[in-house]
Design a protein around this ligand. Structure first.
Ligand SMILES: [Zn+2]
Ligand SMILES: [Zn+2]
Length: 352
């Protein structure tokens, strides 16, 4: 599936097979998670994607080939590809352990074609081995929803009573991690979202209610997952002294003006940006030990727009994932792959 222009639906396409460059892997994609960031790219909230673009930065697949010098993986290995696709290694951020902020970073499914396709290429240094215990579709949401959420959780510090504003793909994973760490989780959803609140309680949240109401106790910190600026000030108002309120999204509506007294007392507002490879290694080591269970709604590749809509509408329970190849290597929902072309081609959308 290809995004030709922002603000338009994804288009089916047959693309030339990508060639792995130096240090890159050619990956046969099994599953690709669908992220709210993808929606921000389609909708034009993020303004500088490569176009046309193959979206998708939560790729799980197997190594099908390697470019010159690639040596970390073997053909057939299962790998995950996250949002962070390349960093310069030289800038002040890269050289101080903050490659997530690299001035020249390139991102999968934004600057580099991603995983809404049968084949992808990725720099092997930014790929991760996928934890064994997870089938492909359950593993995909760990790669962004999980690990960028994990970075946000770290930025909140050791808050015991933690608030989650919004309960989508990332929050449903982080709720399990936070409970595992002995924290008390308070979840805020849209008014009247009884299903979402029940889902949160089933994953260990101590309390779940509407973002319009105050929690039963003060919070020691909060993560705002929903792209809604007023939730940042709602978090401040609900929080105790010293609380950090962290936005986990890449885009958010404006944060309204607020009186200084709700920030006073060493409260802080902040954001999380991207990931470092260290975040990925730590989180993918931790997830099977919690163990994190990911609830996924699986869509065939050709229904990628439906998957994006389910995030847009808020009706989704857990994470949306595209199924691209079955374990046997055939393309989901279609017959065998076409052969006999003069040049090898792969579909960014299976033919109907
Ligand atoms: Zn850099
Ligand atoms: Zn993402």
């Amino acid at each position: 599936m290809v995004l030709e222009r922002q603000g338009t639906p994804l288009q089916p396409a047959e693309l030339p097979d990508p060639e792995p460059g130096s240090g890159q892997l050619l990956i046969s994609v099994s599953a690709c998670g669908v992220c709210r960031t993808d929606l921000h790219i389609v909708d034009g909230d993020l303004t500088e994607p490569k176009l046309p673009l193959v979206l998708g930065h939560q790729i799980v697949g197997t190594v099908a080939g390697m470019g010159e010098g690639a040596e970390r993986y073997a053909v057939g290995d299962r790998v995950g590809v996250p949002w962070l696709g390349w960093t310069c290694g030289e800038c002040r951020y890269c050289t101080s352990g903050r490659e997530n902020l690299c001035d020249r970073a390139r991102f999968t499914g934004y600057d580099i074609d991603g995983g809404y396709a049968e084949l992808a290429v990725a720099d092997e240094r930014f790929c991760f081995p996928v934890p064994r215990d997870y089938p492909d579709e359950q593993a995909a949401p760990l790669l962004c929803a999980g690990l960028i959420g994990y970075r946000a959780l770290r930025l909140v510090g050791d808050a015991e009573r933690i608030g989650f504003y919004g309960f989508g793909a990332s929050a449903h994973i982080l709720c399990q991690v936070a409970v595992h760490q002995g924290r008390r989780v308070f979840v805020f959803t849209r008014e009247g979202d009884a299903d979402g609140q029940q889902f949160a309680r089933s994953l260990g949240a101590e309390w779940a209610g509407s973002s319009e109401v105050a929690p039963p106790e003060e919070l020691d910190g909060a993560i705002v997952f929903a792209p809604v600026g007023p939730l940042m000030t709602a978090g401040l108002r609900a929080s105790a002294k010293g609380a950090r309120i962290i936005s986990a999204g890449i885009h958010m509506s404006d944060i309204p003006a607020f009186p200084y007294e709700i920030l006073w007392g060493e409260r802080a507002l902040g954001s999380v940006a991207n990931l470092t490879r260290r975040d990925g290694e730590e989180f993918l080591d931790l997830a099977p030990r919690v163990p994190v269970h990911t609830e996924v709604e699986v869509h065939p590749l050709e229904a990628a727009d439906d998957a994006l809509d389910s995030i847009r509408s808020g009706a989704l329970r857990g994470a949306a994932v595209l199924r691209i190849r079955t374990a046997s290597g055939s393309v989901s929902g279609t017959g065998p792959r076409r052969g006999g072309d003069a040049a090898p081609r792969h579909r960014a959308r299976p033919r109907r």
